[in-house]
Design a protein around this ligand. Structure first.
Ligand code: GTP
Ligand code: MG
Length: 151
């Protein structure tokens, strides 16, 4: 089953939005397979955002990501990479639709509270960067037969 890496950034954690955000993924019907609270180093943040290293905001972005606890998660479900990004909303909260996480809960692009992998390769790389394989929990979620139907 498809998996994506989702992180609540330091602003989302400090603003007390963990339960609100986790609940949106949970209620949708996705399965949580890994979760931990960590303060990434700046070097780690630079690895995570390596694709953006030429951008003028890169240094500030990495300082910000490493400025406090981040809630790192792996969520699993059919189409979770693409639809997870829909739940999150556009990068700039000024352009995110109401009803999305950033649209409802954030105001500026530099403090947009959540990260989600942008494609299958990124998801695989980011899961491997943030988690050891043994931290990914394999279990049956009994609600799945109601979420996907049987057969
Ligand atoms: P992530 O899920 O965090 O990767 O966001 P994204 O995929 O929607 O956007 P992208 O990967 O292009 O940018 C990564 C992060 O850099 C964004 O979430 C923003 O926090 C930040 N960012 C992007 N564009 C800007 C910008 O123009 N100015 C500032 N200050 N930050 C930006
Ligand atoms: Mg991105």
């Amino acid at each position: 089953m498809e998996r994506t890496f989702i992180a609540i950034k330091p602003d989302g954690v400090q603003r007390g939005l963990i339960s609100e955000i986790v609940s949106r993924f949970e209620r949708k019907g996705y399965k949580l397979v890994a979760i931990k609270l960590i303060v990434p180093s700046k070097e780690f943040a630079q690895k995570h955002y390596h694709d953006l290293k030429e951008r003028p905001f890169f240094d500030g972005l990495c300082d910000f990501l490493s400025s406090g606890p981040v809630l790192a998660m792996v969520w699993e479900g059919e189409g979770v990479i693409k639809y997870g990004r829909k739940l999150i909303g556009a990068t700039d909260p000024q352009k995110s639709e109401p009803g999305t996480i950033r649209g409802d809960l954030a105001v500026v692009v530099g403090r947009n509270i959540i990260h989600g992998s942008d494609g299958p390769e990124t998801a695989e790389d980011e899961i491997a960067l943030w988690f050891e394989p043994k931290e990914l929990v394999s279990y049956t979620n009994n609600a799945e037969k109601w979420i996907y139907g049987v057969n």
